[in-house]
Design a protein around this ligand. Structure first.
Ligand code: ADP
Length: 373
């Protein structure tokens, strides 16, 4: 069974073709600065045909997507017109994510009208979290309208939790996973159950992101509007494009540039990394309490796997919990490996694991197709 996973960004398109009998990757590729998803899809299908990975389109069992958020759609779902409309209803909450996905999925449906399109929503892993972890202290009516903590990055946190269970053995493990990339979140998983995620109602919440705001007291918004005359559109734009690590550092939305500037003495860049580490520790602390400890704290994604200095800033001074980093192992870590970087006597294993969101999506898509039969 061949399943194509499409990863659609606002200006990028990446794909991976998987053989779900063996879970092997048959082909992968992608395009940056994409202006026309139809064109990117055509080119991708042509590449897969030319390489022999997908000689005939009929061989494709489904196209799977790591969709973000839809109104009242949880888990894994076939992307019918109704589901696309339910995604559209949440555009305001996921303005950088939902519109490109919807456009890309519509193009795929045009090109491959007989192939099922299936989405695994990023909220899925958290849908069974305790109600107390999902509820904001808002009026009941707001909660009914969907103002609640959904949590995102579900495919990545799930992959990490399952990988930890394989590598460490044992059941009902307590895993705190730190997905640090373009968007950032900390997740808590107990055994097979996602317990909580630092992302809340929108993918702009929780930790600071590359250029998106992260947590903010909601009363800042009327203050900016009424006292400083900003319009809601100006505020949303700033929260979405001029906030996060870019907003604090004033340098870049890429951590590599921020680290380089900090090394040259740029104080705002230094502060950006300090805020980032502080907030990651804040969430790790919250989940250490919620899970009554942790068997593993795991770093993953572009920053989590590449930035040893940040990992050290996060894992320092946790002796009281019995959590101790091995500084040399941390520095020696090479991307791509699955490694334990804690000291031998650390009560919690600190690990770096490459994530694999595509395989989680593909497995759920396969399950949905099999259940349909
Ligand atoms: P996305 O969420 O867009 O997939 P990634 O997981 O690729 O993002 O993470 C992007 C972030 O990872 C950027 O801030 C970048 O600085 C950081 N990053 C990527 N590669 C490296 C590297 N080799 N060294 C340090 N940081 C890196």
């Amino acid at each position: 069974m061949k399943i194509l996973i499409a990863n659609i960004g606002s200006t990028s398109f990446k794909y991976r073709l998987l053989d779900m009998t063996t879970e092997a990757t048959l082909a992968k590729g992608g395009f940056e600065r994409v202006t026309d998803y139809g064109d990117a899809i055509e080119k991708s299908l042509a590449e897969m045909k030319a390489s022999g990975a997908l000689p005939r389109l009929e061989e494709l069992a489904a196209v799977g997507f790591k969709t973000v958020l839809a109104k009242n759609v949880l888990g894994c779902a076939e992307l019918t017109e109704d589901v696309l409309k339910a995604m559209e209803e949440m555009n305001e909450v996921a303005p950088s994510h939902n519109p490109p996905y919807i456009a890309g999925i519509r193009k795929f449906r045009e090109k491959l009208p007989r192939t099922p399109m299936v989405g695994l929503f990023e909220t899925a892993w958290w849908m069974n979290a305790p109600e107390a972890a999902k509820r904001y202290a808002v009026p009941e009516q707001w909660a009914e309208w969907g103002v609640r903590r959904y949590g995102f990055h579900g495919a990545s946190h799930r992959y990490i939790a399952e990988r930890v269970a394989k590598l460490l053995g044992g059941s009902n493990l307590r895993v705190i996973s730190c997905h640090l990339g373009g968007s950032n979140s900390i997740g808590a998983t107990l055994g097979n159950r996602g317990m909580g995620n630092s992302l809340g109602m929108s993918p702009q919440s929780g930790l600071p992101h590359n250029n998106r705001v992260g947590e903010l007291d909601s009363f800042a918004i009327p203050f900016l509007m009424k006292t400083h005359g900003l319009t809601i559109d100006q505020i949303v734009r700033s929260m979405n494009k001029e906030g996060g690590l870019l907003g604090i550092s004033g340098v870049s939305n890429d951590v590599r540039d921020i680290v380089a500037a900090a090394q040259q003495g740029n104080e705002r860049a230094k502060l950006a990394m300090e805020v980032f580490a502080h907030d990651i520790r804040h969430w790790i602390g919250a989940y250490l309490v919620q899970l009554n400890g942790a068997d593993a704290i795991v770093f993953t994604a572009g920053i989590g796997e590449n930035n040893a200095q940040l990992r050290e800033m996060v894992c320092t001074n946790l002796d009281w919990f019995g959590i101790r980093l091995d500084v040399a192992k941390n520095e020696a870590y090479q991307r791509g490996q699955e490694s334990v970087i804690s000291a031998d006597d650390s009560r919690t294993k600190i690990m770096v694991l490459p994530t694999n969101e595509e395989i989680v999506v593909a497995r759920e898509v396969k399950k949905l197709l099999e259940n349909r039969k």
